[in-house]
Design a protein around this ligand. Structure first.
Ligand code: KMH
Ligand code: ZN
Length: 311
């Protein structure tokens, strides 16, 4: 039986208590394990919406910089790219033409699964965030609840989450469920209970840990969160800022996948700025190799996540 009260979630009007389970990434004999073997899915989040180019010169903000980074990161072991874009002044934008061009350019130059952010920046409105799917990416992020975000609020009310999820199913876009807090996992159960399985049939989550206002980035919290995920779900984890390494080690030891990149951390080590996204991917791939779960290729990641071949 579950030990965590927040795993008692409403489903079809009835409170269903989740049982603890082995995540699919470590469960032998599951379809996911057969399809992919015991490798590690590495996602790179190269840009984000929070850092300024003026403060972080290595941040990729132009399309050329993004494509160059993407190629280097694929070479280093990434299989998925989580994409935020910038405008001509290097500010975050959800401009649809730019997003569409970005998807095309990344497809042209890499085999990476292109996952567009629907989170955008905290200042982006719901309509613009829903319209991201019009750029027809392979995949998108889908955050399962509102969270304090430093001094700001990252707003994701239930009706928006539901609309966005419904739209991913209509458009054939594979969602990755972003979980910043334990309560977001209860909302994920509610979403799946109400609207059913995602496009591709497989539930993949990303635990975003260490955001000021979200769940802390440490091993104990990661274990609690993983124990509450839906049965059969796979998951990656990312630690923001100085929680990057503790979360990466905890995720590898718990059978999870990894997300790294300059969206999440701009320091490689104390006092040593990141010089480029590829070095973060290289380090993640080296640790995955040491854990005897080497980085997956993009085609293996497509099989795991249920992402179709290129459209
Ligand atoms: N930039 C954050 C406010 C996502 O990409 O879906 C939201 C975020 C999550 O980065
Ligand atoms: Zn993001």
């Amino acid at each position: 039986m579950s030990r965590w009260p927040w795993t008692a979630v409403p489903e079809g009007g009835i409170l269903r208590v989740m049982t603890n389970h082995t995540p699919a990434s470590t469960a032998p004999g599951t379809a996911a394990a057969k399809a992919t073997g015991p490798g590690t899915l590495i996602t790179v989040a190269p840009t984000g919406a929070e850092s300024q180019k003026s403060a972080v010169p290595a941040l990729p903000v132009t399309l050329d910089e993004l494509v160059t980074t993407a190629k280097e990161c694929q070479q280093a072991g990434a299989a998925v790219i989580h994409v935020h874009i910038r405008d001509e002044r290097a500010q975050p934008t959800l401009d649809l033409a730019r997003l569409t061009d970005t998807v095309a350019a990344l497809r042209e130059s890499t085999d990476l699964i292109v996952q567009l952010s629907t989170g955008g920046a905290v200042t982006d409105g719901f309509e613009a965030r829903l319209a991201v799917l019009d750029a027809a990416p392979d995949a998108c992020s889908l955050t399962c609840g509102t969270v304090n975000f430093g001094d700001e609020v990252f707003s994701n009310p239930w009706p928006f989450i539901r609309d966005l999820y419904a739209r991913t199913k209509e458009r054939g876009v594979v969602p990755e469920f972003e979980l910043f807090d334990l309560g977001h996992i209860a909302t994920l159960h509610r979403l799946l209970g109400d609207l059913g399985a995602p496009h591709g049939g497989h539930v993949h989550c990303d635990l975003v840990m260490g955001v000021p206002g979200g769940m802390p980035g440490n091993a104990a919290t990661l274990v609690q969160a993983v124990s509450a995920l839906p049965p059969g779900a796979t998951w990656s984890a990312t630690g923001i800022g100085r929680t990057s390494l503790p979360v990466m080690f905890a995720a590898l030891s718990a059978g999870g996948h990894l997300r790294v990149g300059m969206e999440d951390t701009v320091s490689f080590a104390r006092g040593r700025p990141v010089t480029g996204n590829a070095e973060l991917v290289e380090r993640a791939a080296a640790l995955a190799e040491l854990a005897q779960r080497p980085a997956m290729r993009p085609d293996q990641a497509r099989a795991l996540l249920g992402v179709n071949g290129r459209r």
